[in-house]
Design a protein. Structure first.
Length: 110
């Protein structure tokens, strides 16, 4: 069964990004439809998959990581949007974010 997961690594402090707010949206009819807002746990992960089962379908999605609020200091980044396409809803898509107040990277994990 396919699913969408994420986690956050705080590279500035060398620890999981615990307590970061993340928004999930899907592109429908040219408009972003908000699906949910979650907060990462002590391990920098969400408590369960962001999407799975019948709600997980082929589409364009966006995760918005609220990096500025998380770091609570004058940094460079505010919100980090990551847009991606799900082609195979039977697969596991893992979208991690490695971040500091000044930079980030992401990739499709496993």
């Amino acid at each position: 069964m396919g699913r969408l997961t994420t986690h956050v690594l705080d590279t500035a402090n060398g620890r999981p990004g615990a307590g970061m707010d993340i928004e999930l949206a899907v592109l429908e009819g040219g408009q972003w439809k908000q699906l949910k807002t979650v907060r990462t746990n002590a391990d920098g992960r969400t408590d369960g998959p962001l999407l799975e089962g019948d709600s997980f379908r082929a589409a364009t999605y966006q995760l918005v990581f609220h990096v500025g609020k998380y770091f609570q200091s004058p940094g460079f980044l505010d919100s980090v949007p990551v847009r991606f396409v799900i082609h195979d809803p039977a697969a596991h898509y893992h979208v991690p974010l490695l971040c500091s107040p000044w930079s980030y990277t992401t990739y499709r994990g496993s």
